[in-house]
Unconditional design. Structure first.
Lengths: 345, 345
DNA sequence: AGGCTGAATGCAACCGATTACAAAAACCTA
DNA sequence: TAGGTTTTTGTAATCGGTTGCATTCAGCCT
């Protein structure tokens, strides 16, 4: 009948000490005399004792876990952020739990915000009910956020980044510029649109042609079709899309219909997901430091769990990455050079 | 001083019953009389009582969590499997914890296999030490697996799928076929290679030109460079790569160097990640039912946690997806038709 | 009326660690 | 050597629910 998991009293008995001493060896070895410690360690080895986390957590009134609330786990954009968080949290002895808002109702999600389920919460989804997050565990918002909520945010300057992207297009000589938005109401969508408009207005250019989207590949494809459907002389010569995924869909659609990027249209993405540097043409885009976002969010949360006052917002830098999908517009419509493709021999 | 979280005795006191009764209302309402139940529920509402999971888990000797061991979270291939698992597990009231073997040593990973940390384990990484997984929690292996371990596997028939892929290339008329492998030693790499060899041998064709890889985008790029470095007449006219990511890298490299797919080389991938249908050319590939893999693995694990005998291996079907990256080889080297590109006008 | 059955509830022992407090031991100092 | 520290260890309460067993009581049968 010795197939029970050994508990702390079994170790104590074998070592001839009290459970308190064993516990001290485990969590605060310095207060135990060297000799006792050795014999306890030996007893632990002999019994094959392993600590029961549920019991420790109960006593400590904590859970040892942090929940990440993700909208749509299958989106590769998020997985890299999660990887950053996982690294930090694992180092601090916390478990990373993930909850996909795609597959759970808002009700079920809020259950995660309870102190008995997790010690903290990182929200990556801006479309949650702002209610119910009050008076619960520490919360950090990353990337997207919920306007009503009072919590530190780890983010980038979306508006400025969009401005930089569009200024690049303007600098290349584009005058008719399109913008494909993220989902309506989303804070990121709004900020990127605003940046686009600002950049154009600052140069005295007309506002962008705005097409709807939702960050997904397929919405980018649809936007591509919409662009193609325009009369050629009304088409923006450059399009800035609010996500790389949409940019891929857009380019795919345009290419499948026989046009070329950047010859017929310059395309600019947002995110710099790994794949887009390998496409043809390689995508010009705005790099978000995804891993760092995850890291910082986790660090910030750990600090709050540790009792520190929440920091203010953390704004991480973005980077303009120029590749082959953006080029000067083929002007001089008089010549109508249909052969002038991208320099590829 | 009423800012304490209410506990079960507070509810009991308010409702005028014992804690046992409150507990029954919570977990086994049928044995409580309707009247008592109502008054307890009312007390719960008034106090704002919330169950403490750590306490319940301690008593139940379970954790309510399942760990997924992933090699490299940032890989989008895995995130969709995780999404499937998350859906099933959330439905059954389990938390999904993720551990990225990239960021943790094998030691730390095995700590997750302890009953006090998780009720079960889904391993997606075939490169783990087979030891230490014995005499622990229930385990299910998905996709990749560890040869030494006795546990149900959720997988596809990699060899047959590779055979189908290569037969397609042969059917198109290709005779010199290349294969870019996954990481050496990996069960998937070996099976896909074996399938490739079988298909060729069955038709009496010479064995494939095998190039090394590791499933990553960049290793695909390197393979592309290696292919380009071959004398043109030795180059395989079709290449089958063991992952879509590698196929993307390969195509990118080939295109950046001025050649075209499938005109100069047909390319076949494996996985059917979402993006590849939007590339130009759209990638022909083998579709893995990633979400289903995640689901089935989770279901299987839940059954084992519930005490059922482990099922045998579960083999899910794959599908040959034909798109634009594969085409008949441009034979008749006498004509050397350099202009015959893909039909694109 | 006495005895029996079964439903509803309470008592108190758990689950397995942690830790405040007290007791004991060891070490100093005058 | 008595008295005062400091270090080490043990005792027992505690974290917050759950559940086997005992008890109570209403309803039913003979």
């Amino acid at each position: 009948m010795q197939h029970q998991r050994p508990k702390i009293v079994d170790v104590a008995r074998l070592a001839g000490v009290s459970t308190a001493t064993v516990s001290r060896v485990l969590s605060n070895p310095d207060v135990v005399s060297a000799e006792t410690r050795r014999s306890v360690e030996e007893a632990i080895r002999q019994t094959g004792y392993r600590l029961n986390h549920a019991a420790r957590n109960l006593r400590h009134r904590r859970t040892g876990g942090v929940v990440a609330l993700v909208p749509n786990l299958s989106n590769p954009f998020f997985s890299q952020i999660l990887a950053g968080m996982a690294a930090v949290l694992a180092g601090a002895g916390y478990n990373l739990l993930i909850a996909d808002s795609c597959v759970m109702g808002g009700e079920a999600l809020l259950a995660y915000a309870e102190p008995s389920r997790a010690d903290g919460l990182i929200v990556l989804d801006g479309s949650l009910p702002a209610e119910g997050l009050r008076r619960r565990v520490p919360v950090v918002l990353a990337c997207e956020w919920i306007p009503g909520i009072e919590a530190p945010r780890v983010k980038i300057d979306n508006r400025a980044a969009a401005r930089v992207a569009v200024e690049h297009l303007i600098g290349l000589g584009h005058r008719r510029i399109g913008h494909v938005m993220g989902p309506p109401g989303n804070v990121l969508s709004e900020a990127r649109l605003a940046g686009t408009e600002q950049a154009l207005a600052a140069r005295g250019l007309p506002p962008p042609l705005v097409l709807p989207g939702d960050f997904s590949l397929d919405s980018g494809r649809v936007a591509g079709a919409a662009w193609l459907a325009l009369p050629a002389e009304q088409r923006p010569t450059a399009v800035f899309l609010a996500s790389d995924a949409m940019a891929c869909g857009f380019i795919g659609e345009v290419q499948h219909r026989g046009l070329a990027v950047p010859r017929d249209v310059s395309v600019m993405g947002f995110d710099d997901i790994e794949l887009v540097s390998h496409m043809t043409p390689a995508l010009s885009t705005i790099r978000q430091p995804r891993e760092a976002i995850g890291r910082r969010a986790a660090e910030c949360l750990l600090a709050m769990i540790g009792g520190e006052a929440p920091e203010g917002d953390i704004v991480l830098p973005t980077e303009l990455v120029l590749r082959a999908s953006t080029a000067p517009p083929v002007t001089t419509p008089a010549i109508k050079s249909h052969e002038a493709g991208p320099a590829r021999l």
